[in-house]
Design a protein around this ligand. Structure first.
Ligand code: SF4
Length: 182
């Protein structure tokens, strides 16, 4: 009997450590493509460093990877007035939504049935706000947002273990220049 084809899912990934666990959770049910969309990472050398590790992970998992570095000027216009907000504050909520909107748009353009994000791996992120943002941006596209809680079943710990196993760089700050001072 022919094996049932898995639906295609575009997985927004914030970094390789979170992606290592998020992709592992989704790969059994979906045909996963990794989508590195975080042009707000600062400085440029850090963006390149995180991308290099993501490329390494894509090779280990044998998954396709899409890289998009567009839109940082728009992000700065949106986020700069909120530079003093704490992590998980209003700036971060807009940042989740901004990255997920681009993911949803890309998923739609390229015919993916689903999209999701690795952002819910981290206990430093507001999981409910991330999932609300995903559901909100999904209203404008045909692709469906997959609600996730990658923190459950010790997901964050698994991401640390996988990073050790594969030798993945783990950054010490979220990404944008405003998060460097936390
Ligand atoms: S701290 Fe992280 S989630 Fe918040 S605005 Fe900066 S990059 Fe985005």
């Amino acid at each position: 009997m022919a094996r049932k084809q898995k639906p295609r899912l575009l997985l927004h990934i914030c970094c390789a450590p979170c992606a290592s666990w998020a992709a592992k959770c989704l790969m059994s049910d979906y045909e996963v493509t990794l989508f590195f969309y975080n042009p707000n990472i600062w400085p440029q050398e850090e963006w390149s460093k995180r991308l290099a590790v993501v490329e390494k992970l894509a090779g280990i998992y044998n998954l396709p990877l899409i890289i998009d570095d567009s839109g940082v000027e728009d992000w700065l216009i949106m986020a700069s007035p909120l530079s003093q907000e704490p992590e998980q504050g209003r700036r971060c909520q807009l940042c989740y939504e901004w990255r997920l909107r681009q993911t949803a748009t890309r998923a739609d353009q390229e015919g993916y049935a689903y999209f999701a994000t690795s952002l819910t791996v981290s206990p430093y992120k507001d999981r409910e706000a991330i999932n609300q943002a995903g559901q909100l941006v999904a209203k404008a596209v045909k692709a469906n947002y997959v609600l996730t809680n990658f923190q459950e079943n010790n997901g964050y710990r698994h991401s640390i273990e996988l990073s050790r196993q594969y030798g993945l760089y783990r950054q010490k700050y979220c990404g944008c220049k405003f998060s460097l001072s936390y």
